[in-house]
Design a protein around this ligand. Sequence first.
Ligand SMILES: [Zn+2]
Ligand SMILES: [Zn+2]
Length: 461
Amino acid sequence: MLQTTAIRTIDAEQEKLTQLAQKMWDCPETAFNEVHASAWTAELLKEYGFEVETGAYNLPTCVVGRWGSGHPVIGFLGELDALPALSQKVQTTQEPECVGAPGQGCGHNLLNISALAAAVGIKAQLEEEKLPGTVVFYGCPAEEVLTGKVFMAREGAFTDLDACFAWHGDSVNRVMTGRHTGLNSAIFHFKGRTAHAGGDPHNGRSALDAAELMSVGANYLREHVTSDVRIHYVYKEAGTAPNIVPDKASVWYYVRAFSRPAIEDTYNRLVKVAEGAAHMTETELEIEFLGGCYNTQPNMYMAQLTYDVMKEVELPVYTEEELAFADALNRNSPNYQAVLASGKLDKGPIFQGMSGFQTTDNYGSTDVGDVQYIVPCVQVRTACWNLAAPGHSWQITACSGMSIGHKGVFYGAKVMAAAAMEMYKHPEHVARAKEEFDEKMKNNPYKCPIPKEVPIPQPQK
Ligand SMILES: [Zn+2]
Ligand SMILES: [Zn+2]
């Protein structure tokens, strides 16, 4: 099994890094509100000797740590935010720590320290071997609303990198080569005129009617888009009582697809649908554009390099208690019967092997896509929770607050560190990754999906 200074350093620093993950688990903060997570991360980066910038790229909770000099310059993407309403105790039945509170239901407390651990390991090895190169850790806000890294990109982040690594917790061990969708996110606000719904309805102009007619139009639009397009919406505001004609209504839409042109084309047509609905109902329309992100574009050269290294890094070994905990979580999962029938649980309740590349496309989105349109970048995923855990779930919150999550995170950090060290030591890898990237980006320059005039959200405290 591979043993390097970076890997040994990650092992030696596990306790300290786990403390940060635990603090973030105990104090989960939602998108753009990661005030504590950001401050704690900055503190630890300083302790490890990184040059630290807080409030980086005009995002109050963004923190960046740099160390070293010269090329290659390699980035590691940490994330800081938690999910609303996913509070959960470290136990195998659903019970929140605090009802309605946020929780680490996507494991970003782990994600943050995986990138940090990789950066710390690499710094130690570059120092020891007196190698040139710069390591950059990014503590990125607001991945869960898919705009943190996009705002960072708009403000100039990532352009100085030669390559970049991302990691995420998962139920298996793999390197992502399939795509995630990109998206646009906007709230359509309709404003009408209120009236007594029984007494003088002819005087009313219902904002809710406009919102509903927009939904009708959007649902007809579905037939006439490319097959990769997903359109989904929720009502944010839809009136107060049936006997009051609603003068305000709001619907929040996502438009997703596997390319920016498909997203933009569908989104522009959706805007026309909304305008039509406003016209029909004599209401006014205001569009609050929240942001957008690119689909992902994994760098295949880096994916192969990373997978080759992954096979050489020692896999985590689980205790009887951890396996029993995961087994109980599996049995309490809504996916249990399906996962059981698939045979995936035959080898144990936690994934313990290598599943190779994730080649299939994923219709979810991540703002890592924008980074992958700025520099060559790949995402590694390692098992951090029970095999049958649904995405964004209380089960993930539970595993992210205990040793099952911690073991997966350090395995992932070692894989990233070892793969990145190959690039520091052999710059030809950087050149090959860049060659592929340049070819893909030919005639297709990155254009930030969030226009300048959209303000960067501020912490709500
Ligand atoms: Zn998530
Ligand atoms: Zn996530």
